[in-house]
Design a protein around this ligand. Structure first.
Ligand code: G1P
Ligand code: ZN
Length: 543
């Protein structure tokens, strides 16, 4: 087989620091486009010769075709072996685990995470490194550079590889091992959690509803919750991954998982509800009549880690992204462990986990995880909760009530303004940045600004510095406002406004976070002129 060299079309839009490339599916399907990006990835990582890679994706439209291209290009680059999930499927956390377990050099994950899929949806390609985590900035910068000067790519010509049959096959000199996407991941979960306790919980009649949103976690949740742990058949809904996710938006939050919310707030609701996103790394936790914010879920997980032997044994520090609520900090303080504050994006946790500085970490955007893999992990968070509930023999509502009584409650909400004019959004942030120094001491909506800065992160492990990671305004009354522009949106700009206020008096706990946050919301608008500058009178999405 002779490698082919083909003239290329440009790759546009990858940002230097972002892990992977996310684009409209149609863009990825243009002639040579995916090939160029894969070649740029190979070039950026110093080639794939002699390397072992893991490959899989979330099953969205073009997943199967793209996997064949990656295999042909891995073969052309001289890779020794590619481990592929059957039918090119792997959840993101399962891919991370396979990279680690097999000591692979890295892996390609085909996914645009929680973005809609299908011919008119989004597609994405992400490269993960040998620790199983997203490529760090020094690698993504090299890949970015390579996208800018790519002139040719190498690909072998061949028939499609049969990815439907588990076992070993080859492409030229390259070995291809097709593996069950679920088996190794399920074994890992069984090592981490007390499966007998969860089995007993289900045997006792505890009812769970897991909404896989027609995405990748369907097979994982069915195999683990139903087949292994004995939850009744039908506990996992929307369990078959579809190329367009059933026309849905596979993002587990109260808006996109509204069916689940309705079920959990209805009479006869199950005891526990959960959902995961397109590629299986995000999670949503909801009890009967109570939605648990991701920030609260992270704090509750940390507070209850002592009930799970794997984590009780060796609890290091914890970490959260900067915009995530400070509920976790209160737990860490109580436990006497370190709490790290990192920029948005999972890749920043990798160093802390690798160095053994943190055991648990999470983001307000429904990502929670631990040192078991180097990605956030949706089903892991669900199993953690189930294990805790099995030990505490409490409802989600009782557990959270006790949590807030012990640690105080950090009311929290994120307001997203989507597809905003990119220039207007940038100007809003730039102008506010210019005024940050003048804010302390000023009053807005009855709150006084204490400090205001732009977040920068000095990585305690490798000493690297990441600047421009969000504007942060701390106010009186335990309030905080954070503003940043999304790095993952694909249309115009998305402005994210993160609002938080702490209540430590149990007598003053509110039911609706938006009420509790009213003054913080008003202060944010007064400070940044959000409504005026975005031309919107309300956010598009409130979580
Ligand atoms: C969003 C989330 C962030 C998460 C990322 C990838 O990024 O806010 O927490 O790590 O997706 O899932 P953003 O669009 O805000 O840049
Ligand atoms: Zn995801």
């Amino acid at each position: 087989m002779t490698p082919h060299k083909v003239a290329t079309t440009p790759i546009e839009g990858q940002k230097p620091g972002t892990s992977g490339l996310r684009k409209k599916t149609q863009v990825f399907m243009q002639p040579h486009y995916l090939e160029n990006y894969i070649q740029a990835t190979w070039n950026g990582i110093g080639g794939v010769e002699g390397k072992t890679l893991v490959l899989g994706g979330d099953g969205r439209h073009f997943n199967d075709r793209a996997a064949q291209v990656v295999l042909r290009m891995a073969a052309a680059g001289g890779a020794a072996k590619v481990i592929v999930g059957q039918n090119a499927l792997l959840s993101t956390p399962a891919a991370s685990h396979l990279i680690r377990k097999n000591k692979a050099n890295g892996g390609i994950i085909l996914s645009a995470s929680h973005n809609p899929g299908g011919p008119d949806g989004d597609f994405g390609v992400k490269y993960n490194v040998s620790n199983g985590g997203p490529a760090p900035e020094n690698v993504t910068k090299k890949i970015f550079k390579a996208t800018q000067k790519i002139e040719k790519y190498h690909i072998v010509e061949s028939q499609d590889v049969d990815l439907g049959t588990i076992g070993e096959t080859s492409l030229g000199d390259m070995v291809i091992e097709v593996v069950d996407p679920v088996a190794d991941y399920r074994d890992l979960m069984a090592e981490l959690f007390d499966f007998d306790a969860i089995k007993a919980l289900f045997a006792d009649g505890f009812r769970v509803r897991f909404d896989a949103m027609h995405a990748i976690t369907g097979p994982y949740a069915s195999a683990i919750l139903e087949d292994t742990l004995g939850a009744p058949k039908g506990s996992v809904v929307n369990a078959t991954p579809l190329p367009d996710f059933g026309q849905g938006h596979p993002d587990p939050n109260p808006i996109w998982a509204k069916d689940l919310m309705d079920t959990m707030f209805a009479d006869e609701a199950p005891d526990f509800g959960a959902a995961s996103d397109g590629d299986g790394d995000r999670n949503m936790i909801v009890g009967r009549g109570i939605y648990v914010t991701p920030s609260d879920s992270l704090a509750a997980i940390a507070a209850n880690a002592k009930l799970i032997p794997t984590y009780a044994k060796d609890m290091r520090g914890v970490a959260r992204s900067m915009p995530t609520s400070r509920a976790l900090d209160r737990v860490a303080e109580h436990l006497g462990i370190d709490c790290y504050e990192t920029p948005t994006g999972w890749k920043f946790f990798g160093n802390l986990l690798d160095a053994g500085a943190a055991s648990l970490c999470g983001e307000e955007s429904a990502g929670t995880g631990s040192d078991h893999v180097r990605e956030k992990d949706g089903l892991w968070a669900v199993l953690f909760w189930l294990n805790v509930l099995a030990v505490r023999k409490q409802s989600v509502a009782e557990l959270m009530k006790e949590h807030w009584q012990t640690f105080g409650r950090n009311y929290y909400s994120r307001h997203d303004y989507e597809a905003v004019d990119a220039e207007a959004a940038q100007k809003l942030v730039d102008d506010l940045r210019d005024r940050l120094e003048s804010l302390p001491g000023q009053d807005f909506a009855g709150l006084t600004v204490e400090t205001a800065d732009e977040f920068a992160y000095d990585d305690p492990v490798d000493g690297s510095r990441s600047e421009g990671q969000g504007l942060r305004i701390i106010l009186s009354d335990g309030a905080r406002i954070v503003l940043r522009l999304s790095g993952t949106g694909t249309e115009g700009a998305t402005l994210r406004v993160y609002l938080e206020r702490v209540e430590t008096d149990p007598a003053r706990l509110h039911d609706d976070p938006q009420d509790a946050l009213a003054s913080v919301i008003a202060a944010a608008d007064a400070i940044a002129g959000i409504n005026d500058r975005t031309g919107r009178d309300a956010p598009d999405v409130i979580t």
